[in-house]
Design a protein. Structure first.
Ligand SMILES: Cc1cc2nc3c(=O)[nH]c(=O)nc-3n(C[C@H](O)[C@H](O)[C@H](O)COP(=O)(O)OP(=O)(O)OC[C@H]3O[C@@H](n4cnc5c(N)ncnc54)[C@H](O)[C@@H]3O)c2cc1C
Length: 404
């Protein structure tokens, strides 16, 4: 593993590289083999100094080092009275790694984390430092880039004045009523996540509402008959809620409410695998019903399913490219063969509905099945060949999923 400390060290590494011999790495939180290589991993950990975060004079953007974790970046911004629009469920991931895979939080009007990127700076496969800004022709291809174009060293992100969020968890929602009123339910606040174990296939275990105190009204007394939980919850009912961010309507800073998990705790359920399919909003209800039909077979393999809505964007390889999307997420037990035996059954139902697999989570579809899901698929492949003509960043994952 190499841990370059500045752009010159990154350039030196890439200039000496052979085809397939280097691969950028963030905080290694992906479940797919997207960051694997038989060559040298280039860690972003040396490009993660919080003192390198520079806020623009107009306080509308900040230049951040690629390897900084969202949790640390959030603390720096919060100390300056600023905020990011959204965060993923955990604050432990690096900015470059999260953006590269299209990582998202929730909210009908919130795009994925990559939509906050204004500019991306990377050392491409020829050793050149490339800067692409929003509005540049190739920019929309270069943000969710799967580490295929180069090693990102810094990004400019949109920031905004800090805000407070209050979180309320509702328990036991009737699934059919929820599907009939899906837009209303997912629009009751800034960010809404639904969690269910399918133990009772007709009931969704929890709805997590994150309200912006400066914009949203009061939390409703009930949602589709479900009442607020009087106790703090973990997304998996019954698991100790100590790692969860504060709930019960108590307002707090954005960085302590937008993620589901606290930075100081090991995230989620510990030993696990994850898969997620981002389904166009137009077919999402059909997709959720298709998953419910598999409930009996899913249950033994599953810690929990999370459903979230993500606003459309124009990024070529984003799961929400060109459409509002609903993420159907599965936190599995750590049994890779059993999960991989289940995935064909999920994919044969979901892919025909336009579902795009999360690049950082476990999925099976290959380039042939993925290409029709992304209108700019071939444009991305051409962009990758322009910036990495010798394929120094190409690994087995990129060969299988993008035919690079
Ligand atoms: C507990 C848990 C919860 C999660 N919750 C969410 C969630 O809420 N929403 C969601 O969408 N996803 C979620 N994920 C998935 C996770 O956000 C993604 O897998 C994300 O990519 C991980 O970031 P990372 O820094 O660990 O990247 P890595 O896994 O290290 O790398 C991912 C990709 O980014 C590339 N990359 C990394 N650094 C660079 C760089 N400097 N330059 C160029 N390319 C780079 C790598 O080559 C690789 O292709 C979760 C994962 C875990 C473990």
């Amino acid at each position: 593993m190499a841990t370059p400390r500045d752009v010159d060290e990154v350039r030196a590494l890439v200039r000496d590289a052979r085809p397939g011999s280097v691969r950028p790495l963030g905080t290694r939180h992906s479940f797919s083999p997207i960051a694997d290589t038989r060559g040298t991993l280039v860690s972003s950990a040396g490009l993660a100094d919080p003192s390198d975060v520079v806020v623009a004079p107009d306080r509308a953007s900040a230049r951040v080092p690629a390897g900084i974790r969202y949790g640390e970046l959030a603390r720096v911004l919060h100390a300056k009275g600023l905020a990011l629009a959204n965060l993923a469920s955990l604050p432990h991931i690096s900015v470059a790694g999260a953006v590269a895979t299209g990582t998202h939080g929730s909210g009908v009007r919130n795009g994925s984390l990559a939509t906050a990127v204004r500019a991306v700076e990377f050392v491409d496969g020829t050793g050149e430092l490339v800067v692409l800004r929003r509005g540049d022709a190739a920019f929309d291809g270069a943000v969710v880039a799967l580490g295929a174009l180069g090693i990102v060293v810094a990004l400019d992100l949109d920031v905004e004045p800090g805000f407070e969020v209050a979180q309320t968890v509702y328990r036991d929602l009737p699934l059919d009523a929820l599907l009939d009123a899906f837009d209303e339910a997912t629009s009751i606040g800034y960010s809404v996540s639904l969690f269910t174990t399918w133990r009772e296939p007709d009931v969704v275990d929890q709805l997590w509402l994150k309200r912006r105190v400066d914009r949203d009204g009061e939390a409703p007394a009930s949602v589709l008959g479900a009442r607020p939980s009087p106790i703090e919850m973990h997304p998996i009912a019954g698991v100790d809620a100590a790692s969860s961010t504060p709930q019960r309507g108590v307002a707090g800073p954005w960085l302590e409410r937008l993620p589901h998990f606290r930075l100081e705790f090991t995230p989620s359920a510990g030993e696990e695998l994850q898969s997620e399919y981002l389904v166009p909003r137009a077919t999402a209800i059909e997709a959720i019903r298709a998953v419910r039909e598999l409930a009996l077979d899913l249950r033994p393999l599953l810690h929990v399913t999370e459903l979230r809505e993500i606003a459309a964007d124009g990024l070529w390889l984003s799961g929400a490219s060109g459409t509002n999307a609903v993420g159907l997420h599965f936190t599995w037990v750590a049994d890779q063969p059993a999960v991989e035996a289940m995935l064909p059954r999920l994919e044969e139902r979901l892919l025909p509905l336009g579902a795009r697999p999360h690049w950082g989570k476990v999925f099976l579809a290959d380039a042939e099945r993925l290409a029709p899901l992304y209108p700019r698929f071939d444009d991305f492949r051409a962009l990758a060949r322009t910036h990495d003509p010798d394929g120094v960043f190409v690994n087995d994952f990129l060969r299988a999923k993008l035919a690079l």
